[in-house]
Design a protein. Structure first.
Lengths: 118, 118
DNA sequence: AAATAACTTAACCAATCAGCTAAGTTTCTG
DNA sequence: CAGAAACTTAGCTGATTGGTTAAGTTATTT
């Protein structure tokens, strides 16, 4: 059974560290929180941040390359929006790890209670 | 003994960008995934990573300063463990934002249906 | 007591990052 | 069509990051 080469899968694969790194900057984190209220243009998003536009648009580039946001240009205005799937994926990672973590603790507790009287 | 005001502690506390940044590196991300299986010593954690120990312990420093992990030294062995509260806090951020996001979409849908016949 | 194990500290280096200014492009407005 | 608005591209810079080696410290083993 021929399968998709892992080189391609790896590209498709949502790589969480890239998304965490994107969120790991005050400015980008604030942009994401803003966009959770709905889409906005570049200049609208930039307004609260005390920096020149080129610096700011680099941040948007990082967010977009990580997959956390999307953007489309209409006329001279670029509009940015949250990519909900990226958030669902990260959320899922936390849910999975929590489930794993909890079951580990349960096994531990089980083991401790079973060996209690030894 | 003068102490750090709680107002400042609260600001330091739970500063998500720092935690995201800590997770935004392959090595540190892998360490966290490993620690979700249970505590481990520094050299145990370092083994799978092809780098000298000083480089590796810097990563542990970043993780610990962010609050994602804790460590204690017994004899010459430092043992690292997950700090579950940090994970709960991040998880909570995602749950909160999702709730907010969903209610925004609901309001939007509501609005669209109410103005449907205009 | 000497050797080894498990880090730790210090000093350095290359690469990436976050910012800047200046100049360019495209699209709207008057 | 001239000018302004909304980015975009290019090139520079200082700070931070992720790595290195060499040498030190502290605890255990033999």
């Amino acid at each position: 059974m021929p399968s998709i080469p892992s080189s391609i899968l790896n590209l498709m694969d949502n790589y969480l560290p890239a998304q965490f790194q994107a969120l790991g900057d005050r400015t980008r984190f604030a942009v994401v929180e803003r966009l959770l209220n709905g889409p906005a243009s570049v200049s609208e998003l930039a307004k609260p941040h005390d920096m020149a536009l080129p610096a700011f648009t680099k941040h948007l580039g990082v967010l977009e390359r990580s997959g956390l946001i999307t953007s489309t240009k209409a006329g001279r205005v670029r509009t940015c929006a949250i990519n909900p799937k990226a958030f669902t994926d990260i959320e899922q990672w936390f849910l999975d790890r929590r489930a794993h973590w909890d079951s580990r603790l349960n096994r531990l507790a089980q083991h401790l209670s079973e060996t209690d009287g030894d």
